[in-house]
Ligand binder design. Structure first.
Ligand code: 13P
Length: 254
């Protein structure tokens, strides 16, 4: 019922001159998996090359952040209008690296998420606890706060453009993956929290991705879980063969 969505988050890793080759390799390696939604979120400066290379393929392109204002004196930021105009259909908001290094808060994540949805972009809003929060027994509190504040004033109708990415901070880039049971437990909590916000029926339609050291070797067991509807992939999205391996696992799990 919920189409699996596998999205790469390139972070600050691929240059414009390297972009077309990676997008084309991903498109070629994944062309048989039409039952999976495939996305590459790239640095903003890579977007023109990515959009051009993705033309005529099933690969969608997105950015890693957006601002909530349409335009103005916000040096270094990009608006949702610019992202749409450049040919993107997706955006990531609230990534833990933006929360950790760039002062992102639940409130600004909410502003960015609402702006993205209003612009017609599919928004992958990231949430997840740190190791300290998990060890202090604050997992539920943190997830509920990130959901309640991050999704303030997001309506049931808006949820057609919403994807939640659960990324335990301790699993990002560390090689430590949440076990399928650990991930499923939090995904179920996210869906239950979403049900309180927008109703159970809508909550059932929203896709929840797992992110954090997902790779071809562990994707199948994660994606087999009831509430795990895709992945947000960092390191393994930088090599077409690895990314395609995860997409193959998603296609088989459908
Ligand atoms: P890794 O797959 O490199 O752990 O990164 C996950 C992530 O942060 C995706 O947004």
């Amino acid at each position: 019922m919920r189409k699996k969505i596998i999205a790469g988050n390139w972070k600050m890793n691929i240059k414009p001159s390297e972009t077309a080759a990676l997008i084309k390799a991903v498109a070629e390696a994944t062309k048989d998996y039409s039952n999976v939604e495939i996305v590459c979120c790239t640095p903003a400066i890579d977007v023109p090359a990515a959009v051009e290379a993705a033309k005529g393929t099933a690969v969608g392109v997105g950015t890693e952040n957006c601002h909530w204002k349409e335009s103005g004196a916000y040096t270094g930021e990009i608006s949702t209008g610019m992202i749409v105009d450049a040919g993107c259909k997706y955006v990531i908001t609230g990534h833990s690296e933006r929360r950790q290094y760039f002062g992102e808060t639940d409130e600004t994540v909410n502003l960015r998420t609402r702006a993205a949805i209003a612009a017609g972009l599919t928004c992958m809003m990231c949430i997840g606890e740190t190791l300290e929060e998990r060890e202090a027994g604050k997992l539920v509190e943190v997830i509920e706060r990130q959901m309640n504040v991050g999704l303030k004033d997001v309506t049931a109708a808006d949820c057609a453009k919403l994807v939640i990415a659960y990324e335990p901070v301790w699993a990002i880039g560390t090689g430590k993956t949440a076990t399928p049971d650990q991930a499923q437990e939090v995904h179920a909590l996210i869906r239950a929290t979403l049900a309180k916000l927008v109703g159970a029926e809508t909550a059932e339609t929203v896709r929840i991705q797992y992110g954090g050291s997902m790779k071809p070797g562990n994707a199948a067991e994660l994606l087999a879980k009831k509430d795990i509807d895709g992945g947000l992939i960092g390191g393994a999205a930088l090599k077409a063969a690895d990314f395609a391996g995860i997409i193959a696992a998603a296609a088989a799990a459908n």
